[in-house]
Design a protein around this ligand. Structure first.
Ligand code: ATP
Ligand code: MG
Length: 432
């Protein structure tokens, strides 16, 4: 990689003053520098502050080894398997401190790359400059020194930030081959920063899609989660759905599915309104069509209960091969799916229990979204969604009336055996 001279820019020229970044990140850099190490704020947080956005978190880069960082900060611990980084805790804020690393050239160490050129090892320490060049995009490789109030730009990131350009450091094809996840990151940043994508980058999506299968599923979950929870999920999905990455990541999902785009928009709005969101919900949406297709196939051979169970197991099981959905989310997804039928059929005796179910709210939101996007194909769905909206809005007496009304609507039992061995309730329901 040809090394350009570093540009040192007075950060105040860009309105970047220490009070715009986390005081805890400033403290980490100050303590590192006092101990004789380099300490710089780096990456997405510098980019976001320069764009006037609020960073999610602050990262610090240093030439101290993780062990040296650990020794310097009492409230720190080392994490990470692929490469070790230090987490320094300040109350609820975590500052991630990573040691400068460098990219290992493919020629220099063949063990560091797979045959396709994918990086297998990238835990080799390096200099500040090497650390800048191993990063993905120019706008993600800016360093801020809050003590000197200086920005360090090795890759032309400041210019790209000003002109709204997302550009890989180095050749796009090589960078995507080294790590196909970078293609997904390109889409995320394009949506988040509303910036132009180099043609060079879009040209790589096909190859990235082919290589996606070699990425550890746990890592793909992390990156997908960032896309879904970015507050720009609708836009990111639009972009993603137009690339071969969609089929590589969610083979069972229809890119035109209105339920998906509607749910993404809804999640973005919730994030803007500071309401709680979970990736489980959007994954339930993304996989819903596939689950339904499997369910329909299975219904012709097994009981509905068995079919639901099997369809969910198959659908989630296959998706897990690509993206490792943590168990708490896959359980959430199963429950939300399972509740759909029950919310729609509204059997009188189950209504109270349903409304008190831990996943009721999520399942209700899901039902409403399905109704709004015409998913389900009949007016019944809209009627059920409206019914539950009303049910939650009215007081106890009206609720009771609504339940009683459901009871009278319930289909009568077809035949009564004269001598039933099962005791019957006064309303004709079998006691269970
Ligand atoms: P966000 O604000 O969404 O967290 P970010 O840029 O901080 O965006 P992170 O995933 O937190 O993204 O990564 C932190 C930094 O690490 C990036 O800014 C980039 O410099 C570097 N980085 C992350 N992933 C890669 C990658 N796959 N290849 C090269 N550099 C990467
Ligand atoms: Mg980050």
């Amino acid at each position: 990689m040809k090394a350009a001279p570093v540009r040192r820019i007075d950060a105040r020229q860009h309105g970047l003053t220490p009070d715009r970044v986390s005081p805890n990140a400033v403290d980490v850099t100050a303590r590192l520098q006092d101990a004789g190490y380099a300490g710089l704020i780096v990456g997405g947080c510098v980019r976001d502050v320069l764009l006037g956005l609020t960073p999610k978190d602050f990262d610090v880069a240093t030439d101290a080894t993780p062990e040296e960082v650990r020794a310097l900060f009492r409230r720190s611990r080392l994490v990470g398997r692929r490469f070790r980084i230090a987490h320094v805790r300040y109350g609820r804020e975590l500052i991630e401190v990573s040691t400068f690393r460098r990219a290992v050239a493919e020629e220099a160490d063949e063990r560091a790359h797979s045959e396709a050129g994918m990086i297998l090892r990238d835990n080799v320490y390096g200099t500040l400059e090497e650390d800048a060049f191993r990063r993905d995009f120019t706008i993600n490789a800016l360093y801020y020194d809050p003590q000197r109030e200086e920005i360090l730009d090795y890759t032309g990131g400041l210019d790209d930030l000003e002109t709204g350009h997302l550009r890989f450091i180095g050749e796009a094809r090589t960078r995507v081959r080294e790590d196909p996840v970078r293609a997904l990151r390109a889409i995320r940043f394009q949506a988040k920063l509303d910036c132009a994508l180099d043609q060079e980058i879009s040209d790589c999506f096909g190859e990235a899609a082919e290589l996606m299968g070699a990425v550890p599923p746990a890592r793909l979950f992390d990156e997908i989660q960032k896309v879904l929870m970015s507050g720009q999920a609708e836009r990111a999905w639009q972009l993603l759905a137009g690339t071969p990455l969609r089929a590589a990541l969610f083979p069972g999902c229809d890119p035109q599915d209105r339920l998906v785009s509607r749910a993404m928009r809804n999640t973005d709005e919730r994030i803007r309104a500071d309401k709680p969101v979970t990736p489980g919900f959007l994954l339930a949406v993304l996989l819903w069509a596939d689950y339904q297709a499997r369910l329909n196939d299975l219904l012709s051979c097994v009981s509905p209960a068995e079919a639901r169970l099997q369809a969910a197991t198959d659908c989630l099981g296959e998706q897990q091969q690509i993206i490792a959905v943590p168990r708490r989310f896959s359980l959430f997804i199963r429950e939300v799916w399972h509740l759909q039928d029950r919310l729609q059929s509204r059997q009188a005796r189950t209504i109270d229990r349903l409304a008190g179910h831990a996943r009721f709210r999520a399942a209700y939101d899901f039902l409403v979204l399905r109704a709004e996007s015409g998913n389900g194909g009949d007016g019944d769905l809209a009627e059920a969604a409206d019914w539950w909206t009303r049910y939650q809005a009215v007081g106890g007496e009206e609720r009771l009336a609504m339940v009683l009304e459901r009871q009278t609507l319930a289909p009568k039992k077809k035949k009564r055996r004269r001598k039933s061995r099962r005791r019957r309730q006064p309303d004709g329901e079998a006691a269970s």
